[in-house]
Ligand binder design. Structure first.
Ligand SMILES: Cc1cc2nc3c(=O)[nH]c(=O)nc-3n(C[C@H](O)[C@H](O)[C@H](O)COP(=O)(O)OP(=O)(O)OC[C@H]3O[C@@H](n4cnc5c(N)ncnc54)[C@H](O)[C@@H]3O)c2cc1C
Length: 489
């Protein structure tokens, strides 16, 4: 349904640029909604900012997602009679051009929380406010922004549970905003061609991507609906088993803002309002608490802009990380000789996503058995994940490495063989992503190096030829990590 709302008493503005960024949706989009409410003509604009600093430029997986997400947004806008304007370059320069070309009197956008984006937004605000262009920005991608939640003692939350409890007390349930009625800008202005942006650095990847993902607002809503109707009840039981489709798979949609956390929150509140039994109620709460981890990661990134590169626990600055490049490459390629690690890393490369349990296992293996710096893993994830997100990724890596806020203690070292036996008991996940082990009996699938020669032969596995020997001895790796860790304190 499309609503027409004009707020009484609001003077109609001429033209407003709605600057889309990580909010590639029409519904529950406060910047778009508020711009429409003024009665102004709307100029929807997306700027490809290739000037994002160094290591945090979007990776290949993100770029491919962005391409289809923009295509979908453009189609949705076009069905309402609006053209999405695409421009590439420094946002400040582009906005100056578009304001001049369209004689716009305002720029509206939704806020982001990455330090380099905040810096740019501040600059845009400052420059345009000086010349009388109205800059308005809105909360759209968090339930509560970092400044809306803080401990009584001041500062910011460093532990998740009190953070989330405090959020639960403060979140005010407001309805999702509908798609507003939009008045298009009548003249045609130049837009670049999406296909000229070269967002497909890995052309060989298309079939796998298409099989697994459909970017765009419509599909994000469909996924949320299917998950909340059919899967949420089983979420606490299935969410740790990587072969099950037990999680919502909403992370890339959330990252690109094709769906808002408020839309998710409200969908779950609807279930809770139907007075479900205690198990379903608990499942809903568990799911919302995962959305809470996303909020927590953004809370931390906002308060600690150095989070992606500096350990939260400062004593980790002195940790003597290994710079074994060969091990790093074997980890990236999924050739460590530990099947659950290899399955995860190959899933990541093939479909741009990895199950959360396996993200923890591979991250623990890299940092605690191979002793390679968590930043190396963080960079690889950032480059290859469709849901690559500065806040969630940095918080996730620091959590696993043991140096983050509310992190897993360093001495909690995942044993990949035990984790594999517990969370992939029949080896289905391994067999899917590491097909050269598909014929091994389940008993040996978690650790082929222990299989008798005869079993390996029957399964067509030749260690060191068709599948690697284990890269490191787990017990030795663990011992060394613990020694180095104790030396830090
Ligand atoms: C080392 C490491 C790196 C990670 N990097 C990223 C990343 O770059 N981008 C990203 O979105 N998530 C990241 N995560 C968190 C998590 O693995 C993914 O959000 C989750 O696997 C996405 O799948 P889903 O949407 O099916 O999750 P669901 O289980 O359905 O959860 C719903 C939503 O909650 C949020 N969420 C769930 N778990 C977490 C978490 N631990 N931290 C923050 N938010 C969470 C996500 O937005 C997710 O879409 C990382 C975790 C680890 C351990």
């Amino acid at each position: 349904m499309i609503w027409v709302i004009h707020k009484p008493g609001v003077t109609a503005m001429n033209r407003i640029i709605v600057w889309f960024r990580q909010d590639l949706r029409l519904s529950d989009n406060p910047a778009l909604f508020e711009a429409a409410r003024t009665g102004a003509e709307i100029i929807p604009l997306y700027i490809l900012d290739d000037l994002t600093p160094g290591i945090w430029k979007p990776g290949g997986a993100s770029k491919r997602w962005l391409y289809f997400s923009l295509q979908s947004l453009s189609e949705d806008l076009s069905s309402l009679g609006l053209s999405l304007i695409l421009r590439k370059g420094d946002p400040l320069d582009i906005l100056k051009e578009v304001v001049k070309e369209t004689k716009s009197s305002g720029i509206y956008w939704n806020r982001r929380y990455e330090p380099f984006h905040i810096e740019k937004d501040v600059a845009v605000n400052r420059e345009f406010s000086k010349i009388g262009i109205e800059c308005k920005n809105f909360k759209a991608s968090l339930l509560l922004e970092p400044h809306e939640v803080s401990p009584k003692s001041g500062g910011y939350f460093k532990v998740f549970t009190p953070f989330w409890n405090s959020c639960l007390k403060s979140i005010e349930t407001e309805k999702d905003l509908p798609v507003p009625s939009l008045i298009p800008y009548k003249k045609t202005i130049a837009s670049e061609d999406l296909s000229d942006w070269k967002l497909f650095p890995r052309p060989d990847w298309g079939a796998e991507f298409d099989k697994n993902w459909t970017p765009g607002e419509k599909h994000a809503k469909k996924r949320l609906q299917t998950f909340s109707e059919k899967c949420i009840e089983e979420y606490p039981y299935h969410r740790d088993f990587p072969y099950e489709s037990g999680t919502s798979l909403l992370s890339p949609h959330l990252h690109f803002g094709e769906i808002s956390p408020r839309q998710i929150w409200n969908a779950v509140q609807k279930i809770l309002a139907s007075h479900p039994g205690p198990e379903k109620k608990q499942a809903c709460e568990k799911y919302l608490s995962e959305i809470g981890w996303r909020e927590f990661a953004h809370h931390l990134l906002y308060r600690i802009p150095g989070l992606p590169t500096k350990p939260f626990k400062q004593n980790f600055e002195a940790f003597p990380w290994s710079d074994n490049k060969d091990f790093l490459v074997l980890w990236q390629k999924g050739k460590t000789g530990y099947p659950i690690v290899d399955a995860g890393m190959r899933q990541l490369w093939r479909i741009g996503w990895m199950h959360n349990r396996v993200r923890m296992i591979v991250a623990s293996f890299l940092t605690k058995h191979l002793l390679i710096h968590w930043i190396e893993g963080e960079k690889w994830f950032y480059d290859t994940l469709v849901d690559a997100d500065l806040a969630n990724n940095a918080a996730g890596w620091q959590w696993v490495a043991g140096c983050g806020a509310d992190a897993a203690p360093y001495f909690r070292i995942f044993n990949p063989i035990l984790q594999s036996a517990k969370f992939d008991p029949e080896g289905k996940y391994i067999k899917k992503w590491v097909p050269e082990l598909a014929n091994l009996p389940t008993k040996y699938i978690h650790n082929p190096a222990e299989a008798p020669e005869e079993e390996l032969r029957k399964a067509g596995v030749v260690l060191g030829v068709t599948y690697p020997f284990p890269l490191v001895d787990l017990a030795e790796g663990r011992k060394k990590a613990l020694e180095l860790y104790s030396a830090l304190n």
